[in-house]
Design a protein around this ligand. Structure first.
Ligand code: HEC
Ligand code: HEC
Length: 214
């Protein structure tokens, strides 16, 4: 009775080995990379309950989309929450600050940032070059840093904004304007100055709706 499973195991082994050897050169993924990805995927499980299985975001929970975001921005944001530089703005930010403490160190944040940024994100449509007020406002005041399609710009440390939900964008713009957000780094300071160039609730609504639709 005991012998049977052992025998079965043995008979499968050569096939498994053979296929591993045959597939390895074609897979293009080293085992170290595969292990890192697996580890990141596991870590991400604790994030998915709010940000969604594919990091697509859940507006109802105030959790923004993260898929396709610049890894350098994701890493910095996580570090800033963990260090208490972000996280006091409102109860959404407080929730994220608490979650950020579950990550042990920089290495885990790096691992997660590259995993999340590679998750599939919506392809951004080039906004129609219209005489539309929102288009003009965006390209004149925001596009220089965040990109024509709000795809983000690594060299300028400006995150991707396309596809974020309107409520999240509005809330962040209000936080920058009220000074609740903006002290975490010199990049945040730059953004705060830009947010203050918006004239008021009408501009904020216009621009938030425009970005959310990209
Ligand atoms: C309890 C729900 C919840 C969980 C779980 C959670 N988050 Fe968040 N996260 C949020 C909310 C809400 C925000 C928006 C905070 C704000 O409005 O300032 C956020 C914001 C972020 C941001 C900043 C996004 C930006 O564009 O600036 C990053 C990065 C992030 N989360 C990563 C993670 C990672 C990685 C995990 C898992 C370790 C995680 N979150 C788990 C709720 C959550
Ligand atoms: C000078 C460059 C620059 C310009 C111009 C600029 N931004 Fe930003 N923006 C940034 C940077 C850098 C950040 C990241 C701030 C941080 O790290 O906290 C940012 C962050 C943001 C965020 C928060 C994103 C998130 O994931 O939490 C929003 C929303 C935003 N910008 C909207 C806008 C809008 C709308 C405009 C035009 C009115 C604009 N920005 C113009 C540089 C810029």
């Amino acid at each position: 009775m005991i012998k049977r499973p052992i025998k079965a195991g043995l008979s499968f082994k050569p096939i498994a080995l053979l296929s591993a050897v045959l597939l390895m050169p074609f897979s293009g993924v080293s085992s170290a990379e595969a292990t890192a990805k697996q580890q990141a995927k596991q870590l991400f499980q604790s994030c998915a309950s709010c940000h969604g299985q594919q990091a697509e975001g859940q507006a109802a929970l105030g959790a923004p989309t993260l898929a396709g975001q610049l890894p350098s921005y994701l890493e910095r944001a996580m570090a800033e929450f963990a260090a208490g530089k972000r996280g006091q703005e409102d109860h959404y930010a407080q929730q994220m600050a608490a979650m950020s403490l579950s990550l042990q160190d920089e290495q885990q944040r790096k691992l997660l940032a590259s995993y999340i940024s590679a998750l599939p994100s919506k392809e951004i449509q080039v906004p129609a070059r219209s005489g539309d007020a929102a288009y003009r406002l965006y390209q004149a005041s925001c596009g220089g840093c965040h990109g024509v399609k709000a795809e983000g710009n690594k060299a300028l440390n400006s995150p991707r904004l396309a596809g974020m939900d309107e409520a999240y964008i509005t809330r962040q713009l209000e936080h920058f304007r009220s000074g609740k957000r903006g002290a975490s780094s010199r990049y945040a300071k730059q953004m705060q100055m830009m947010a203050n160039t918006l004239k008021g609730p009408q501009d904020i609504k216009l621009i938030s709706q425009f970005i959310a639709k990209l």
